[in-house]
Design a protein around this ligand. Structure first.
Ligand SMILES: [Cu+2]
Length: 579
């Protein structure tokens, strides 16, 4: 009898289990999107210019999906004279390396008039974004938000009543093509500081929302609210908790965000949960995303500022502003005090303190305790034939005409430099002074990583060309998350290994290196493909500040022909057809 009951119970449990699998798989959807990329006139900051928009929108449409969904995006290039690609920043593209959207690395640029289908799974909830990854198309305004909610039936590890999503960017009145020519010129013409900081593609150049609190001559904005540059007001109810999703796709600016009189409790970074911590303001570097909770516990008869300010470079750009509007107060009532002040631009102590507060929630994957290979990457500013470049271990990255994914998959050894870039730099290099020899070399070599091995990368900052200058660089890795094991001052030494945080290091896809310092990262090379690892500052990448990692490329299956139809892989396709 007992046996019978047990077997019935087992059968019932088994059917429940099958049912749950069916429900889970039926809940995951394929979301079909049809996008057209084109240049269009737009007024991001009140001055009309040209932006790269999607389906007539700037920024591009916000994608909203659930963890486990498949995105199917048919992207048509409506630009008349240039190619385009879109990178899905923070999505690891497990099994779909050809959909990573990096020109010359994962695919051929989509030609004018052509359509390319990006099809990939968003496997993990979080705050992400997408952007152009060809030339300087991100600077041209090709970006938008990508939000992945938890799978049906799952819960976030924190509570909130409502949410807002803000995508931060910086804007120049000079077009991205002219910027590109300026940067490549001899001598280099620097693009300078942005004219305007944008929140969801909106900022104010000729006027200020906070003119009455400012000593500058800026006039007060008179807005109806329907202008392309009018701020998006954040409407809140008193005594509720809101989730603020923040991502930065700036071309250059490191930012600091604050909401007047409200604390921010940071809970997510780059799609991974954090041990919650409370701050008055937070730093956000290009390529990073966060979620922060705030509670509307202030006097509801007032409104409050949300402001963003430039960090790490002497600011010549006014703050980006919008308003937290408490119901039932009118949105047009200005806050009764000045916008919150961010730490001074060169207060790196406060930036480091913020970075050090970021620790993983216990449920986050833990790093392997040891690594198989350590790659030290020295970041320097140099010259090649009088042109200013950024170099990594004395190699300034130049991308080849044939995308690596195809050329490596099909073993085309003449598609890029076969010489492997170095894992190290001269041991006596003085990171505190400009290089003795300021000239460098360019290359397209690849760091080939043994599949499934654990890799440590030490990003070593150094003095730039000018004495006593070292800049912030936010480094972004495609195809993986890495653990940030630690930050340090000066030159990395073997003794620093004992200080690595192996207990609860943040698991992210972007990590900053501070001036004259180093940052230690660890990741597992377990995602077959070819992956960019680069500084997310658009002009720095353009000037060669990146490397290329490849692992398990022979395991990559089914690269669509459209991703290969250029350069040497294009020729290969043609020869196969004609055989
Ligand atoms: Cu950089």
């Amino acid at each position: 009898m007992g046996f019978l009951i047990d077997s019935c119970l087992i059968r019932a449990l088994f059917s429940l289990y099958i049912l749950s699998i069916i429900l889970a798989s039926s809940a995951a959807k394929t979301r079909h999107l049809k996008w057209e990329v084109e240049y269009m006139h737009w007024s991001p900051d009140g001055l009309e210019g040209v932006v790269m928009g999607i389906n007539g929108q700037f920024p591009g449409p916000t994608i909203r999906a659930r963890a486990g969904d498949t995105l199917h995006i048919e992207l048509t290039n409506k630009l008349h004279t240039e190619g385009v690609v879109i990178h899905w920043h923070g999505i690891r593209q497990i099994g779909t390396p050809w959909a990573d959207g990096t020109a010359s690395i994962s695919q051929c640029a989509i030609n004018p008039g052509e359509t390319f289908v990006y099809r990939f799974k968003v496997d993990r909830a979080g705050t992400y974004f997408y952007h152009g990854h060809y030339g300087m198309q991100r600077s041209a305004g090709l970006y938008g938000s990508l939000i992945v909610d938890v799978a049906e039936g799952e819960k976030e590890p924190f509570h909130y009543d409502g949410e807002f999503n803000i995508l931060l960017s910086d804007w120049w009145h000079k077009g991205s093509h002219e910027q590109e020519v300026d940067l490549s010129s001899n001598p280099m013409r620097w693009i300078g500081e942005p004219q305007t900081l944008l929140i969801n593609g909106r900022g104010q150049f000729n006027c200020s929302l906070a003119a009455r609190f400012s000593s500058s001559s800026a006039r007060e904005c008179r807005l109806r609210g329907n202008e392309q540059y009018a701020p998006q007001i954040l409407r809140v109810q008193p005594n509720k908790t809101y989730r603020l999703r923040i991502a930065s796709t700036t071309a250059l600016a490191s930012l600091n965000l604050a909401i007047g009189k409200h604390k921010l409790v940071v809970v997510e970074a780059d799609g991974n949960y954090l041990q919650p911590f409370s701050v008055d303001n937070m730093d956000i570097y290009s390529g990073e995303s966060y979620s922060a909770l705030f509670t509307t516990d202030q006097d509801p008869s007032n409104n409050y500022w949300l402001s963003i300010n430039v960090r790490g470079r002497e600011p010549k750009t006014p703050p980006g502003l919008t308003i937290l509007n408490y119901s039932p107060t009118s949105a047009s009532k200005l806050p009764n005090s000045p916008p919150p002040v961010s730490p001074r631009w060169d207060n790196y102590g406060s930036s480091k303190a913020f970075s050090n507060k970021i620790l993983a929630l216990t449920s986050t994957p833990k790093p392997p305790t040891t690594s198989h290979r350590r790659i030290l990457l020295l970041n320097t500013q140099n010259f090649i034939d009088g042109r200013t470049k950024w170099a990594i271990n004395n190699v300034s990255l130049v991308l080849p005409p044939t995308p690596y994914l195809g050329s490596m998959r099909f073993g085309l050894s003449n598609a890029f430099d076969q010489k492997r870039p170095p894992d190290n730099f001269k041991h006596d290099y003085d990171v505190m002074r400009p290089a003795a020899n300021q000239n460098t070399t360019s290359g397209s070599g690849v760091y080939v990583l043994k599949f499934n091995t654990t890799i440590d990368v030490i990003l070593q900052n150094a003095n730039a060309l000018k004495a006593n200058v070292s800049e912030i660089h936010p480094w972004h890795l495609h195809g993986h998350d890495f653990w940030i094991l630690g930050y340090g001052e000066g030159k990395f030494t073997e003794n620093d290994v004992s200080k690595f945080n192996l207990k609860n290091p943040p698991y992210r896809n972007t990590a900053v290196i501070f001036p004259f310092g180093w940052t230690a990262l660890r990741f597992v090379a377990d995602n077959p493909g070819v992956w960019a690892f680069h500084c997310h500052i658009e002009p720095h990448l353009h000037m060669g500040m990146g490397v290329v990692f490849a692992e398990g490329v022979r395991r990559v299956k089914r690269i669509p022909n459209e991703a290969l139809a250029c350069g040497l892989t294009g020729k290969l396709l043609m020869n196969n057809v004609h055989k």
